[in-house]
Design a protein around this ligand. Sequence first.
Ligand SMILES: [Zn+2]
Ligand SMILES: [Zn+2]
Length: 245
Amino acid sequence: MTLEDIKKFIFPSRCVLCDNVLPYGDKLRNEYLCDDCREKLEYIKKPTCKKCGAMISSDKDQYCVRCEREMHESFICGFGLLRYNDYVKESLHKIKYSRRKEYIDFYGKMLAKVYKERFRNINPECFVPVPIHSERLRERNFNQSSVLANVLSRELARYDIDIPVDENIIFRKKNTRVLNKLDDKDRKIELDDAFTTNDSSHIEKAMIVDDIYTTGSTIEKVAKELKKSGIKEVYFVVVAVVDNL
Ligand SMILES: [Zn+2]
Ligand SMILES: [Zn+2]
């Protein structure tokens, strides 16, 4: 028995979707998902929106309806791993509120594995996690975007892709309300004056890291601040993109 085996015995792995304890043994196959849940993850497939990475119904279209309606201008484009279905919703919720920090490992590893060439091509100088306010950090103990950015950085290093995490560029100065209960207009109001930045004119290209892309207003706002701080080009990566078919 290795130390890793003993740890697994005391703290068994749980399925990232249903939270059930995974059977011991057969480590590789059962590391993150139980057999029932494997089918429930829906990976984003082409055609996708050239701006936000959401799945679209026809490859004749360039953009999704959401981006056609309101084209965000501060970031260039971004992509996500999964469609935001009810299972993923639940899983991402558990990460934040039931402190299932270890689930982020799975999402970060998959993102690195599936999109390594895209990371290599965009080649950002750093990952910038969407910051949370210090009070919220105290409540939750961790910022899920920051954990994801660190997992991504570590996993991409396995493929010789070097993208460090920079958490000294942008900070949250306002403890915003939980945005997923708000409509787009209220999100924007809530995000006004939410952030503060350090001068970052030495950076050409940065990539924002977050868990979900919903309306894009948070990422747009962060991108806007990053550009004001001197960064020339901003991209984003997320675990899940809300459908907009
Ligand atoms: Zn499961
Ligand atoms: Zn779009």
